[in-house]
Design a protein around this ligand. Structure first.
Ligand code: FCB
Length: 455
């Protein structure tokens, strides 16, 4: 898609607008109809792991409310819905028999999207690995790569003709680093060497799964989703610049280089020393499979200092309920930099959004901060496109308030509020704004400028 001259000031006609969720965060029904446990079910049972000691057993009860939830999605006027398949729901043990009841759920869900005119954007792995595979080493074990390829092929066989897009993994950095190095996410392991090997197995399983699904004849667009931030040094000092280079190497280049260039960055490999991954001959070629798209999840920039950690409060910018700096221009910077440094496939912003404390007043939620956050990031996306970056779509995180991993239910990212006592859904002002925005002709959609005025 090249931008036509007249679209230089707004989004092209075929730009895809959407909202996103993931299975564990919304479905609930964690042991219904033959579903096996995942590492997140287990992690929630470990005391001290989840801020409010909650779990995913009920979540948004989307497993039972999917039809009315899809009505909500369609009512917003979006083109697409990004969701994930829970691997242990469709294959309880992560190997062997597939679960028909689990597949029926996703078949109905996908057909429900199509019936409502929504394009299904499917993610295969949004972190809920079957526990039975973790018992054999999980993503540290190279055999999990093969299990993932089998699972991916079965999903593609059953749903591949009906979904617009298949993403292999959501945010390998989170699985590797938060799951296996800091251990604040499932499976709660604390070893840098493990994290590095896990990342390698995720990349490898991505490449092998894409190749295998394509060779089965699956025509859906295939790619992967990375969480990326531009890295700024806190000061001009040499030490801070060096710290920023290391952070960029470990957080961005380690993830983008293998996928798009088929190699690991030499400086990071050197820094890793004995923690470098075990790579077998042929792995890097498999990893560098041509992509139909690269998904980018953007929430904030990262500011790095060689001394005391940079204090976000000194930024002078708004800070979300997660403690994350609001920095829309970072999204422009990031996209322009990726475009400069890499042979990029089309990009989708597969997640962008913010948690704020919402208040319900007379059955309304006036979440102006979230509304501005989304609008300003849409405008930042458009800025990057004006500078020549090809972006094909944008998805708000999230449709619903949901289980925000180690933060539990206290952090609300939804543009639709969920009352967890009654499971009632209420469109927040941000959802009403998004709907209004999407009612405009596509080629006159801009977002907002920094003052919150509609452009
Ligand atoms: C991303 C995750 C998503 C959600 C947002 C806030 O890292 O992909 O599930 O938790 O953060």
């Amino acid at each position: 898609m090249t931008l036509s001259p007249s679209s230089g000031s707004a989004f092209p006609k075929d730009f895809v607008w959407g909202v996103a969720t993931s299975a564990f965060q919304i479905e609930g029904a964690s042991d219904a109809d033959g579903k096996g446990p995942s590492i997140w079910d287990d992690f929630c049972r470990t005391p001290g792991t989840i801020a409010d000691a909650s779990d995913g057993r009920e979540a948004c009860d989307h497993y039972h409310r999917w039809a009315s939830d899809l009505d909500l999605v369609a009512g917003l006027g979006v083109d697409a819905y990004r969701f994930s398949v829970s691997w242990p729901r469709v294959q309880a043990l992560g190997s062997g028999a597939f679960n028909e009841a689990g597949f029926s759920f996703y078949e109905e869900l996908v057909d429900g999207m199509l019936a409502r005119g929504l394009k299904p954007y499917l993610t295969l792995n949004h972190w809920d690995l079957p526990s039975a595979l973790q018992a054999q080493g999980g993503w540290e074990n190279r055999q999990t790569v093969q299990r993932f390829v089998e699972y991916a092929c079965e999903v593609a066989r059953r749903l591949g003709d009906r979904v617009a897009s298949i993403c292999t993994h959501n945010e390998p950095w989170v699985i590797a680093v938060l799951g296996h190095e800091s251990g604040i996410f499932a499976p709660g392991i604390k070893s840098r060497a493990a994290a590095i090997q896990v990342a390698h197995h995720l990349f490898l399983s991505h490449g092998m799964a894409v190749t295998a699904m394509r060779s089965q004849g699956c025509k859906a667009a295939m790619g992967i989703v990375l969480n990326l931030s531009p890295i700024n040094a806190a000061t001009e000092s040499e030490a801070d610049q060096a710290a920023a280079r290391r952070a960029d190497g470990g957080g961005l280049r380690w993830y983008v280089d293998p996928l798009l260039k088929g190699e690991y960055p030499a400086d990071v490999l050197q820094d890793l020393g004995a923690d470098a991954p075990k790579v077998l001959p042929g792995d890097m070629a498999q990893i560098k499979v041509p992509l139909d798209f690269l998904g980018v999840n953007y929430y904030m920039r990262s500011v790095v200092s060689s001394g005391e950690p940079w204090d976000v409060k000194t930024s002078g910018h708004e800070i979300t309920d997660m403690g994350w700096e609001v920095y829309p221009q970072g999204l422009t910077e990031l996209l322009v930099r990726l475009h400069r440094d890499y042979p990029l496939p089309p990009i989708f912003i597969t997640e962008n959004g913010a948690a704020f404390k919402d208040e319900v007043v007379d059955a309304q939620v006036h979440d102006g901060q979230r509304q501005r956050y989304i609008a300003n990031h849409i405008a930042a996306t458009l800025d990057a496109m004006r500078q020549g970056v090809r972006v094909d779509g944008y998805f708000v995180w999230s449709l619903l308030d949901n289980f925000e991993w180690a933060s539990g239910y206290a952090k609300r990212f939804g543009i639709v509020r969920v009352d967890y006592d009654t499971q009632q859904r209420t469109l927040k002002d941000s959802a009403l704004w998004y709907r209004h925005f999407l009612q405009k002709p596509k080629t006159s959609r801009h977002g907002m400028n920094a003052t919150g005025l509609e452009l």
